[in-house]
Write a protein that binds this ligand. Structure first.
Ligand SMILES: Cc1cc2nc3c(=O)[nH]c(=O)nc-3n(C[C@H](O)[C@H](O)[C@H](O)COP(=O)(O)O)c2cc1C
Ligand SMILES: CCCCCCCCCCC(=O)C(=O)O
Length: 369
């Protein structure tokens, strides 16, 4: 079965056969008109690779160091909620697959398994670092419990999701009357399945989530309650990179939540260069959104990202074949990335730069960056 899946597009297609329409649309869709969802992927297509030839690429080092540990290649799995809707083992299977393939994982606050279960599952397979995704919440005592549980479970960072004061407009959820399947809870939110079923998805989010969040309320508060690194997930502008630096944050994820929050925000690969320029090396810059091949990872690094994250590909892997499906997804991206490095003449991550990229110009020859 596995040998028919050669690309992330193959995996998406295969996954769609094992998901209900409502679950598939929940995972795959973006907000309103799906403009950003599409752009995230399409924007990568305007770059072309400029290979340097006759270089010895027999030994290629794809690794980077992240949270004081080497990972196999510059890719991790983004926090995404409700993974047990894709496979009963949900986030535990994702964690095991990430550990097996030597990459890190983000744990969503809306995970169907607890951070304790997820971290243990991964660590039983091999070395792995986790980060805990967090929303600003109305109930600060509960928010603090999530942070403390994550730290006690060994998470290395908080990824504070900053793009979601309210949920994005998701027509698919309204059309399908989306509800998580009966039996699935949100243990980090201390919500049982029975409680979840009593509210619409949208109402559930707005009842727990704080829309009065701000840099001044969230970051100093987080610094007081944890020693973990603090990263801001959902940054798209150089101005917010600067603010993250002012507040002493450790990193930012250039992200538009996979096109699920505000539609018609820029593709993340288009937002990246100005953010990298503003950062001037003072804060770590990672990226997610629309990354579907090793070539996309290479392009993001060439434009200045230190590491990439993928959301939906892991969900498709899970839906296709649980832990093995997520491993397959990571293997496809690893093999493609390594091959791309070899074919562009890069022996290590530090060899990857904008010199390897050109931009398609509709009116003339390719333009060098
Ligand atoms: C089904 C689903 C659930 C998600 N849940 C969360 C979440 O709970 N918290 C969060 O910060 N981001 C969440 N995200 C966004 C991802 O972390 C990530 O930013 C996005 O999926 C990256 O885009 P990609 O799916 O194109 O790779 C979710 C994404 C999906 C598809
Ligand atoms: C406590 C009940 C809340 C129910 C709302 C869950 C919303 C999950 C949002 C996950 C996410 O970020 C996404 O993109 O989807």
């Amino acid at each position: 079965m596995a040998n028919k899946i050669l690309s992330i597009a193959d995996l998406e297609e295969a996954a769609s056969h094992s998901l209900s329409v409502s679950a598939r649309d929940f995972f795959n869709s973006g907000a309103t008109n799906q403009v950003t969802l599409y752009d995230n992927y399409a924007a990568y297509r305007k770059y072309r690779l400029l290979p340097r030839v006759l270089r010895d690429v027999s030994l290629v080092d794809t690794g980077i160091s992240l949270f004081d540990r080497d990972i196999e290649f510059p890719l991790c799995v983004s926090p995404a909620g409700m993974q047990a809707m894709a496979h009963p083992e949900g986030e535990m299977a994702t964690s095991r697959a990430c550990a097996k393939m030597g990459v890190n994982m983000g744990v969503s606050s809306y995970a169907n398994h607890s951070v304790e279960e997820i971290t243990v599952a991964g660590k039983e397979v091999g070395p792995i670092n986790h980060v805990m995704q967090l929303y600003a919440m109305n109930d600060k005592a509960k928010q603090e419990r999530i942070v403390r549980r994550a730290e006690a479970a060994g998470c290395k960072a908080i990824f504070l999701t900053a793009d979601s004061p309210v949920l994005g407009v998701r027509w698919n959820e309204w059309r399908n009357g989306f509800m998580p399947p009966v039996g699935l809870g949100y243990p980090m939110y201390e919500r049982t399945s029975t409680e979840i079923q009593q509210q619409s998805h949208d109402d559930g989010f707005s009842s727990t989530n704080s829309d009065s969040h701000s840099w001044a309320t969230e970051i100093p508060w987080l610094r007081r309650v944890t020693k973990m690194e603090i990263w801001i997930k959902g940054v798209l502008t150089p101005e917010d990179v600067e603010t993250a630096i002012e507040y002493g944050c450790d990193g930012v994820i250039i992200s538009n939540h996979g096109g699920r929050q505000l539609d018609e925000t820029p593709a993340t690969i288009d937002a990246l260069p100005a953010c990298v320029k503003a950062a001037r090396g003072r804060i770590k810059i990672h990226i997610d959104g629309g990354i579907r091949s090793g070539v996309d990872i290479f392009k993001a690094l060439a434009l200045g990202a230190e590491c990439c994250w993928v959301g939906r590909p892991a969900l498709w892997g899970l839906a296709y074949d649980g832990q093995q499906g997520v491993e397959l997804m990571l293997r496809i991206l690893f093999d493609d990335f390594k091959r791309c490095m070899q074919l562009t003449g890069c022996r290590s991550i530090s060899d990857i730069s904008s010199a390897s990229l050109a931009i398609v110009n509709a009116y003339g020859p390719l333009a060098r960056l």
